[in-house]
Structure formats: structure tokens, C-alpha cells
Design a protein around this ligand. Structure first.
Ligand SMILES: [Fe+2]
Length: 90
């Protein structure tokens, strides 16, 4: 276990990833989701930074496999956490 990514690190991460074929719209979508999640979290008195990070990375699997992005994202996060020592979740 490690510390959670900062929203700046998560933003840099998704912007550094390639697109898997179709387009890059998932990145703009993810940024919107993260920003809205932070607003909602603030209204609910929850952790805005964590909500933003999770919104930013929620579709990260689309960088590898658009149609199966949920599984691809899970595999990416597992790989980064173990091989690159990039802590994502608490
Ligand atoms: Fe999404």
C-alpha cells in the first residue's frame, strides 16, 4: 500500500498515455469526471482530492483497450503499482 496519487500526478499520468486507436476523447472526459467528482465531494464534505484523482483515472484502461477498458485499467493499475512502484490507492 502507498499514498494516493495527487490530482496533478493523475493528470500528468493520463496525458502521458497513448490512445488506443479510436480517439483521445476519453482524456477530456476523464478530466471532466474528476473535476465534477471534486465538486460533488466538496458538497458532501468528502475528500475532494481523492474524488478528483479517481475521476481522472477511471477510464485509464482506454489507453490500451477501448472496448475492454475496465479490465485493461485494472491490469494497468496493478502493473504500475507493482513494477513502477507508483502508488495509486491507499
Ligand atoms: Fe467514463
Amino acid at each position: 500500500m502507498g499514498k494516493i496519487l495527487t490530482s496533478k500526478e493523475a493528470l500528468n499520468l493520463i496525458n502521458s498515455l497513448p490512445s488506443a486507436g479510436v480517439d483521445d476523447h476519453w482524456k477530456a472526459h476523464s478530466i471532466c469526471v474528476g473535476n465534477v467528482a471534486a465538486i460533488i465531494a466538496k458538497a458532501l464534505n468528502l475528500d475532494c482530492e481523492k474524488a478528483k484523482v479517481l475521476g481522472y483515472i477511471h477510464d485509464i484502461g482506454k489507453s490500451e483497450n477501448y472496448k475492454m477498458h475496465d479490465v485493461a485499467g485494472y491490469e494497468l493499475i496493478k502493473k504500475w503499482d507493482m513494477k513502477k512502484s507508483t502508488p495509486i490507492f491507499v
